[in-house]
Design a protein around this ligand. Structure first.
Ligand code: SAH
Ligand code: F3S
Length: 480
């Protein structure tokens, strides 16, 4: 449960392969959600064709790109701290150029150039194809900015360069942007309107990953259940599509089935589901295909109907419970995880207790829990005062985390004695002699290495556990 409080991930990323003819060095650092890491793979691909190879040594870099997150204030502060470090490097590497990509670029636009003197280039999430031109500008000594959001950019035509991958699991983005307008959330402003990627290009990417030996993919979107392909264009314009386009449209459950059938030996995961958009179809499709993993990340945010309404989450808690009941009935072995925000404006003790009651009802396998962070420009910031004292937010968050922790242990113990299929991802962090992998439910499993290899699917008998990790012994090799 190390990652309970913040799932925000960060890391500098280098490519698995390089082009020998390339001479300039790119240091690429990514923060935030999986979508940012997936975008960085697109950026690396574009720059590989522009004479850059990636490096994980900042001191070697000619160009630093930092792919940023704006979801909470803390995420932005972390990036600003990193910019100070790049500034220090520039003192003895004066030709070093620094570009800010992602959500902070889109939110702050050219203001970033004024606020952070080290920054030469500001590039929003839909403008990465313009990077070659922007870099030319920067090389000529001028600042460069492109934060134009797009109606149809999905980067479906770019083959991502897999960065620092274990060679087993890969991210495949299927939608961009979000139309949901949850009042606390900055994403609709930084990533624009929702659009879906051509299923043909998704299948091609998945097939290519299979050919390269990848064993697991995660289909990515801010709101995957809302995926809808009708020939291109914004989701909100679907009504204006022709009858023919409507009749042949591909929704998420259809896409999921097509991907599962295209590569029956690959594990398929997806993230994230917004409860208001998840249909029974999707759950039935998960039940039909063995290779679609039994795990649903289903953020609830709050257990109180009045708070859900103020958040513009377009479902009630009763509807959420019905969805949970349906998942339990159709997919009895499915793990469910959550996101929760503590201390949204006006939240009372009663509202908070309603959130604890949701935890008790669902008993999530794991979750990511956050203090409410007011984001400038969002509806919540405009309409509501951030009126819950920090100490109260923190106390409530601690109570939520403590309860989730109990449920984590409870859920982990349920696996004891079972035989579960594990996909090996690498060596266990704690022991050289053990492999680490995951079962379908996304729980980490460690077991003695014997003769198995990274990328093998192995049946493991679960014999022991800690609060979040299963410990077992391999009993067979399914040679997938
Ligand atoms: N649909 C997205 C959600 C993006 S944000 C996805 O693919 O994950 C991830 C989580 O961050 C949200 O579910 C929410 O719990 C949290 N979050 C978003 N905005 C926040 C804010 N202003 N303060 C605190 N937490 C926030
Ligand atoms: Fe944000 Fe809600 Fe979309 S949390 S990403 S506006 S589904």
């Amino acid at each position: 449960m190390e990652k309970t409080i913040d799932k925000t991930i960060q890391g500098n990323t280098i490519a698995l392969e390089e082009k020998t003819s390339n001479t300039r060095k790119l240091y690429l650092e990514s923060y935030g959600c999986a979508m940012n890491f997936s975008d960085s793979e697109i950026v690396a691909s574009i720059l590989t064709n522009e004479g850059f190879n990636t490096t994980n040594n900042l001191e070697d870099a000619d160009l630093v790109l930092v792919n940023t997150c704006s979801i909470r204030d803390k995420a932005e502060q972390t990036v600003r701290k990193r910019l100070e470090k790049f500034n220090a490097v520039k003192k003895y590497r004066p030709h070093l150029k620094v570009g800010v990509l992602g959500c902070m670029a889109e939110r702050l636009k050219s203001k970033l150039l004024e606020e952070e003197k080290i920054v030469d280039m500001v590039v929003g999430p839909d403008a990465y194809k313009d990077l070659p031109n922007l870099i030319k500008e920067v090389d000529a000594g001028r600042d460069a900015v492109n934060v134009i959001l797009s109606k149809d950019e999905t980067y479906g035509d770019i083959a991502p360069v897999r960065l620092q991958s274990n060679g087993v699991s890969a991210l495949v983005s299927i939608t961009r942007g979000c139309d949901n307008m949850c009042t606390f959330c900055v994403v609709p402003f930084t990533r624009g309107r929702e659009r879906s990627r051509d299923p043909q290009s998704i299948i091609e990417e998945v097939n290519d990953l299979a050919k390269k030996g990848f064993k697991e993919i995660t289909l990515l979107g801010q709101n995957v259940d809302s995926y809808l392909w009708y020939g291109g264009g914004l989701k909100k314009d679907f009504e204006k599509a022709s009858e023919m386009q409507k009749a042949t449209a591909v929704n998420f459950s259809k896409l999921l089935a097509t991907v599962a059938e295209a590569q029956p030996k690959m594990r398929i995961r997806f993230s994230t589901s917004n409860p208001q958009d998840m249909t029974l179809d999707v759950i039935h499709t998960m039940a039909k295909y063995e290779n679609i993993c039994n795990h649903i990340h289903l953020p609830v945010q709050s257990g109180s109907n009045s708070i859900l309404k103020k958040m513009n989450r377009l479902h009630t808690i009763e509807e959420y419970f019905t969805l949970i009941d349906n998942i339990r009935e159709i997919l009895p072995n499915c793990a469910i995880s959550q996101d929760i925000i503590s201390g949204f404006p006006t939240e009372t003790e009663e509202d908070h207790n309603a959130t604890l009651a949701v935890l008790d009802y669902v008993k999530y396998n794991f979750g990511y829990m956050y203090l409410y962070s007011e984001r400038p420009g969002t509806m919540a910031a405009r309409k509501f005062e951030d009126d819950i004292p920090l100490a109260t937010k923190q106390r409530r968050l601690a109570e939520i985390i403590a309860l989730q922790r109990e449920h984590c242990s409870l859920k982990t113990k349920e696996h004891l004695g079972a035989i579960e299929e594990v996909l090996i991802e690498g060596t266990s962090k704690k022991s050289e002699e053990h492999w680490m992998g995951r079962n379908q439910q996304n729980t980490v499993v460690v077991f003695p290495k014997e003769n198995y290899e990274i990328g093998d699917f192995v049946d493991v008998k679960i014999e022991n556990c800690t609060s979040a990790t299963l410990i077992g012994k391999a009993i067979s090799y399914s040679n997938n």
